[in-house]
Design a protein around this ligand. Structure first.
Ligand code: HEM
Length: 441
């Protein structure tokens, strides 16, 4: 292939100003003008985007030992420590192998009851005709579910954890997309507040870990799974590592899941024909009762809706890697220290892989379609060895929650509320999504 090209930038800041002005417009133009692999620069940092499944596979699979998480994500260690999302190399692999059994389908099925209980509780409080910020509601439900699956009980402090995460994610979002990219340890007033909240969180969580160790009752939750981890060499997990995994699981799992449901309800409100089919399926499968893990196999259309919604609005809209030794992608050298990005939002709307990509069309997800689709052309959960460990958890949670909400409610968009995408770490809806709830039965 020819030399990798990219947009012209300014002498010092490179393309930073254009990215800061409108990130999606910038990438859209680059893809149109420079194709499947292009380069740009943010100050002194060399960046690349790969936008073709074969190149993405080269990055995430073939070269996975020659790359690590990018600079910006590594800054999150101030909050997440060395949890699965931010750790690297052998320590990451050891931790990943030890955690894997807790996220297998069979184990995850045990959490369906907790999921159903929380969505029922929330839906029951919604009044017929009430106007809600549905995104905030999804954030609340997902947080309570994360809390109870982790700790086996409703955690009093859960709202403080949410405030801490929200602050950290906002600071992180500002760091990657706005102003001067200052690291999270830099003592700005907001960063200092975040560090203070992290300290308070650590204090509370370490107490819970010690308490659980003193009273190792037969709790069926992720905290017990984590505490009981024994590595292949027989050594136990440290309390600090348990703490890092807990905050990582809450951070990685709660907002992404909530966002996927928020965008799904938004899409459904604009596609009555899809909604009608969904109503028919959930009414038949659930027949008024709460959803269970075993319903997953019969909620086939609901699963298609979730897959299509995560194609359309991938909650993690991009991911990145920093090159630790020179690599080759598309036959071209990518030098050490470069940052390489995969932009799922654009990949998922590529007409080469998806017919009428800007159409929300759950019916496209037939077994035949999935069979012919390149494995690296649909990546809501990433790919390669660092594939999301919570993918089955998230698929079950979103499907069951959606099924219950749709059997109980219909949602209508509030007319003069503009819904706008805010591509930060995740693809958040800026200013939420305001909807009117109509109770069905
Ligand atoms: C719809 C919901 C979710 C989406 C879209 C999502 C997306 C992703 C993506 C794209 C990655 C890969 C990041 C990379 O390669 O740099 C990832 C990693 C991860 N996710 Fe998820 N996720 C979701 C839900 C969850 C849940 C529910 C959990 C936990 C219960 C979770 C835990 C993690 C962890 C720990 C990692 C790091 C894995 C590793 O590097 O070994 N995620 N997620």
């Amino acid at each position: 292939m020819n030399e990798i090209t990219g947009p012209k930038g300014r002498f010092i800041s490179g393309n930073f100003r254009d990215i800061h002005k409108d990130m999606f417009a910038f990438f859209d133009k680059c893809i149109a003008e420079h194709g499947d692999i292009f380069k740009f620069r943010a100050f002194h940092v060399k960046c690349y985007v790969v936008n073709r499944p074969e190149y993405i596979e080269e990055l995430l699979v073939k070269n996975h030992t020659r790359v690590r998480k990018p600079w910006d994500l590594r800054q999150l260690r101030i909050l997440l420590g060395k949890g699965l999302l931010t750790n690297e190399g052998q320590p990451w692999l050891k931790q990943r192998r030890a955690s894997q059994p807790s996220f297998q389908k069979k184990r995850i099925a045990e959490y369906a009851k907790i999921m159903a209980k929380h969505i029922e509780k929330h839906v029951d409080t919604w009044e017929d005709g009430e106007e809600l910020d549905i995104h905030q509601k999804m954030m609340d439900v997902a947080l309570y579910i994360a809390g109870e699956t982790l700790f086996g009980t409703i955690v009093d402090d859960i709202e403080n954890i949410e405030r801490l995460l929200d602050l950290a994610m906002n600071q992180f979002g500002k760091m990657i997309s706005g102003g001067v990219p200052l690291p999270l340890w830099f003592p700005t007033p907001l960063n200092l507040r975040m560090i203070w909240m992290t300290y308070k969180f650590d204090f509370a969580i370490m107490d819970m870990i010690r308490e659980r160790k003193k009273n190792p009752q037969q709790a069926n939750d992720l905290l017990s799974d984590l505490i009981n981890i024994k590595y292949e060499d027989g050594s136990p997990i440290s309390d600090k590592q348990v703490r890092d995994e807990i905050i990582t699981l809450i951070a990685a799992g709660h907002e992404t899941t909530a966002i996927s449901l928020s965008w799904t309800l938004y899409l459904l409100a604009q596609h009555p024909e899809v909604k009608e089919k969904l109503f028919a399926e959930v009414d038949e499968v659930l027949a008024g009762r709460l959803p269970r893990a075993s319903d997953m196999q019969n909620l086939t259309y609901t699963v298609k809706v979730m897959k299509e919604s995560m194609r359309f609005y991938p909650p993690a809209w991009g991911l990145g890697r920093e090159v630790t030794e020179d690599i080759e992608i598309a036959g071209q050298k990518i030098a050490k220290n470069s940052q390489v990005f995969v932009l799922m939002y654009f990949l998922h709307r590529d007409p080469r892989f998806y017919e009428n990509p800007h159409e929300f069309y759950p019916e496209r997800w037939t077994p035949e379609f999935e069979k012919q689709l390149h494995r690296y052309a649909y990546l809501p959960f990433g790919g390669g060895p660092r594939l999301c460990i919570g993918n089955h958890f998230a698929m079950m949670e979103t499907t069951l929650l959606l099924a219950h909400m749709m059997q109980k409610c219909d949602f209508e968009l509030v007319k003069d509320h503009a819904v706008v995408m805010h591509p930060s770490v995740t693809l958040r809806p800026k200013n939420g999504i305001r909807m009117i709830v109509h109770k069905r039965k």
